[in-house]
Design a protein around this ligand. Structure first.
Ligand SMILES: *Cc1c(COP(=O)(O)O)cnc(C)c1O
Length: 335
């Protein structure tokens, strides 16, 4: 894959580690060797997956002469935190539109990412009801800023368009380089699947490197088929952008939706167990909305024998731990 054709900023500092999770693998007792790709350790305040996407999204904005970024997310959005973070470094203004997906959950006094928005110099926050047309809201804000002489650029939710997804095609190639150097064969990769750029970029990248390692997504909101269609379309778009010669088969996109629970960002028992077990055995902090539910999926797939004995499974840790501090009550032992 050739990424030099696209505007790109340099936010990474080399490859993120791939660690063996020996204690957790042993505790599960299924003879499945678990590994973790530590994208929670990416640079940018608090770390996490959006840094890889923003290398391309913000470079595109700067190339177009933007001085202001508008983006959107949920009330505890990691993507908003990291966009704000890189806007500080790039001397760009940053405005947020937050979707209150669960009614009554926005509080200006909330901890977690919400607390960090202000430290990271956010210029404005507008909160809109769940189900709002976020693109329309961002365009409205853009028109208002233009009338004040600003040059705004809209980064879609999660930076999940083909531009942002390039960041995860980069990650796929980075993983293959690491595995080849370590001569480590991975049989399966498990990723969280939200606004879809991470999953789609990984799928496109696995095809682009001809690595043929299956990538499964664990959903955090949508039903299986809806999410698979969204990921597949974005993976195809990303592959086209990279001028790859093949198309991505629909069957290459597999999602699991049984770990979502009652809905986006709402806690589940299996998420709480996963967060506690990763901390206890591996000293790795997950988050309640994405990596915690994805890890709950990973643990269940191992326990129910989905992966054959002796297989090596790599979990992509996308970050998000600042959100833990916004829901400490969920994790107290007496609960
Ligand atoms: C955004 C996010 C995801 C999901 O990635 P998408 O590209 O939106 O699917 C997973 N984990 C964390 C911590 C995130 O912030």
């Amino acid at each position: 894959m050739n990424f030099t054709k696209f505007p790109r900023r340099a936010y990474l500092q080399g490859a993120t580690p791939i660690e063996r999770m020996e204690n957790l693998s042993k505790a599960l007792g299924k003879d499945v060797n678990l590994f973790v790709k530590r994208d929670d350790l990416l640079p940018g305040a608090g770390g996490g997956n959006k840094t890889r996407k923003l290398e391309f999204s913000l470079a595109d904005a700067l190339e177009q002469g933007a001085d202001t970024i508008i983006t959107c997310g949920a009330v505890q959005s990691n993507h908003s935190r990291l966009t704000a973070s890189w806007c500080c470094k790039e001397n760009l203004d940053c405005h947020l539109i937050l979707e209150e997906r669960v009614k009554g959950t926005y509080s200006p006094e909330a901890s977690g990412n919400n607390f960090l928005f202000d430290l990271l110099n956010i210029k404005s926050i507008a909160v809109v009801p769940g189900g709002s047309d976020m693109m329309a809201e961002m365009r409205k804000k853009g028109d208002e800023l233009k009338s004040h002489g600003k040059k705004p650029y809209i980064v879609p939710g999660g930076a999940s368009n083909a531009i942002g997804a390039l960041g995860y095609a980069v990650c796929a190639e980075e993983i293959m380089n690491q595995l080849n150097v370590a001569h480590l064969g991975i049989d399966h990769i498990v990723v969280p699947s939200g606004s879809a750029g991470t999953h789609a970029g990984m799928v496109a990248g696995m095809f682009g490197t001809n690595a043929n390692i299956p990538v499964s997504g664990v959903n955090v909101s949508r039903p299986k088929k809806d999410q698979e269609d969204i990921v597949h379309n974005l993976a195809e778009e990303t592959a086209q952008k990279l001028e790859m010669k093949m198309s991505i088969p629909r069957e290459a996109v597999v999602c699991y939706d049984q770990y979502v629970g009652p809905g986006y960002s709402l806690p589940t028992d299996s998420m709480v167990e996963a967060v506690r077990i990763f901390a206890k055995h591996e000293a790795i902090l997950l988050d309640p909305v994405y990596s915690g539910k994805a890890a709950a999926g990973l643990l269940d797939l191992v326990r129910c024998g989905h992966f054959p004995r002796g297989s090596n499974v790599l979990f992509l840790h996308t970050g998000g731990s600042p959100a833990l501090y916004a829901c400490m009550q969920t994790f107290r032992k007496e609960n």
